[in-house]
Design a protein around this ligand. Structure first.
Ligand SMILES: *[C@@H]1O[C@H](CO)[C@@H](O)[C@H](O)[C@H]1NC(C)=O
Ligand SMILES: *[C@@H]1O[C@H](CO)[C@@H](O)[C@H](O)[C@H]1NC(C)=O
Ligand SMILES: *[C@@H]1O[C@H](CO)[C@@H](O)[C@H](O)[C@H]1NC(C)=O
Ligand SMILES: *[C@@H]1O[C@H](CO)[C@@H](O)[C@H](O)[C@H]1NC(C)=O
Length: 500
């Protein structure tokens, strides 16, 4: 799973693809029905758009594509035992539609819910069974192949659950542009529109700015419920015009068994980072330095400029400190080293007499299984982002007991407190100047305060460690898979009870 934070929520729809969707191969009753209804809907109410013609075409030609053949061989479940699904006997169904096969932010968030819910249902009698469907983004065969076998088996098993339309609660877990009727080429969610066939339709989404645009508000209000992860979103969705009676806060789980600092040895950072600023340390000093880690997509929103400016102003080559950046491209190339050097050259930063403080870029792909070891190799985590939906790496770092410095605005305010972290004060709000959220506002974190906090964490390492331990405790109390699965189940039970 991609550990990166919710990346593209609504920024850019994926380009159309001619590839087949693996999860739609075995047409189960729900699907046969939904395609029939879809065909009917197209011939009657909905204008005959190019999009719908293409969708039908694709559904009918897809079994011949190479991708599908490859997936069919992958999907042949040898160890699969469908009778294991303990919640099969209940009539109600939750159809969770999300980019399960895509990797990326929504994908890993969706997986975290599915894993939590299926674990939960093994322990407690559940009143619904779970069905999953790919939706909302392109499939990525590499991502699928990289998943552990248990997860792939679970996906296949859950995909095969049979559901009746009138007994199904649909969860559309994606950016609203993917919801029915989708603005780009994807299986629509809900699959046959909002015509009362389903028990209920829920949308799960989030944004990183101060508001929700009008088209998205309209789409939210077509649903029965809108799940958002934080109080910040409850407020911004309400203020933007989403019906407050439909908004429900459902927080996001973090896998605390996987992100457990006691289970791991640190990753050897020397071997994976490329030094891009400062001069290299000689072997014996390597272990003594204080390591700050940051993880983000290379995107202005993430405040990498704020981070570099603060760090390079505060520290120099004489400090026993290093900044390690794990970043990946966001509509850019991978040459991050040069981007950093260029940024520094174009800035008003002046090289200290004893040289620049060390900055490393981790260039290798870090497999998901190694992520806990990466956190373990750091002494502190820092992310002066301008806006976050949730802030997955922040939560993972907190689960790993790292002291965290991150902007005190948007999603992370849901879980960051002065007791469990170092909330970074905001200077002012600033306007988003490009992209789909142009004109919205987000936060400008304070450079001088970030300098102070980084210095403070180094000087008060014991205090920082104590905050890290508190952070993990807080994660246990509010965001463990068990706790969050309970919240989700209760809400779904409430919906079913209400609509019997
Ligand atoms: C499937 O699981 C059930 C119940 O756990 C078990 O009785 C059955 O033998 C299993 N079947 C196979 C083919 O493993
Ligand atoms: C759903 O429809 C089926 C078949 O029409 C019916 O047997 C079943 O009772 C319905 N379920 C509910 C909850 O209305
Ligand atoms: C590291 O060692 C080299 C020679 O072995 C020396 O020239 C250099 O100054 C040393 N650097 C530091 C930071 O101690
Ligand atoms: C963080 O923001 C909240 C309001 O959103 C404020 O009450 C709190 O004092 C802030 N904390 C810091 C450290 O700036």
């Amino acid at each position: 799973m991609d550990s990166a934070e919710i990346p593209d929520s609504g920024h850019r729809p994926p380009p159309p693809t001619g590839r087949a969707l693996p999860f739609t191969i075995k047409l189960k009753p729900l699907y046969l029905l939904s395609i029939l209804v879809l065909l009917l809907a197209i011939s009657f109410s909905i204008s005959k758009t190019h999009y719908h013609k293409k969708l039908i075409l694709r559904l009918s030609i897809s079994p011949h594509t190479y991708f599908l053949k490859k997936l069919l061989t992958l999907l042949r479940p040898t160890t699969l035992n469908t009778s294991k699904n303990p919640i099969h006997t209940t009539p109600y169904c939750v159809l969770w539609m999300a980019p399960f096969l895509s990797g990326g932010g929504y994908s890993s968030e969706a997986w975290s819910y599915i894993l939590a819910l299926s674990e939960h249902s093994l322990k407690k009698d559940s009143i619904f069974s779970l069905k999953i469907e790919q939706h909302g983004d392109l499939e990525n065969l590499e991502f699928w192949e990289g998943l552990p076998l248990e997860m792939r088996n679970l996906a296949i098993e859950l995909h095969q659950t049979e559901c009746r339309l009138n007994e199904t609660v649909v969860v559309c877990h994606s950016e609203p542009g993917a919801w029915y009727p989708p603005l780009f080429d994807t299986i629509p969610c809900p699959p046959i529109g909002y015509n009362g066939h389903f028990k209920a339709v829920i949308g799960r989404t989030m944004f990183e700015t101060d508001r929700v645009n009008a088209e998205h508000v309209k789409r939210c209000n077509l649903l029965d419920f809108v799940w958002v992860p934080t109080d910040f979103h409850v407020k911004s969705f309400t203020q933007s015009g989403v019906d407050p009676l439909k908004i429900v806060k459902i927080v996001q789980p973090v896998d605390l068994e996987f992100f457990d600092p006691l289970k791991y040895e640190p990753l050897e950072l020397g071997s994976i980072g490329n030094l891009v600023m400062g001069s290299s340390l000689n072997g014996s000093n390597m272990g003594k330095q204080f390591v700050f880690l940051s993880i983000f997509k290379w995107e202005y929103r993430k405040g990498w400029d704020v981070l570099l400016r603060s760090y390079l102003r505060e520290f120099s080559g004489g400090d026993d400190v290093a900044l390690h950046l794990l970043t990946n491209p966001y509509h850019s190339d991978r040459d991050f080293g040069n981007k950093i050097v260029e940024y520094v050259e174009d800035s008003d930063l002046e090289e200290p007499r004893d040289g620049w403080a060390r900055v490393y870029v981790i260039d290798e792909h870090i497999a998901q299984v190694d992520m806990p070891r990466l956190y373990k190799a750091a002494n502190g985590f820092v992310l002066p982002s301008r806006g976050e939906g949730w802030g997955r790496p922040i939560v993972e770092a907190m689960a790993m007991e790292l002291p965290v410095i991150a902007t005190n605005w948007s999603g992370p305010t849901e879980f960051m407190t002065e007791e469990n972290s170092y909330p970074l004060p905001v200077d002012r709000m600033s306007e988003v100047t490009e992209g789909p959220f142009k004109g919205h506002l987000w936060a400008e974190p304070c450079v001088a305060k970030l300098q102070m906090l980084m210095r403070h964490v180094i000087r008060n390492h014991e205090e920082a460690k104590a905050k890290g331990r508190r952070a993990r405790d807080d994660m246990m109390g509010r965001f463990s898979p068990e706790v969050v699965a309970g919240i989700v189940s209760d809400h779904i039970k409430h919906i079913i009870d209400q609509r019997l």
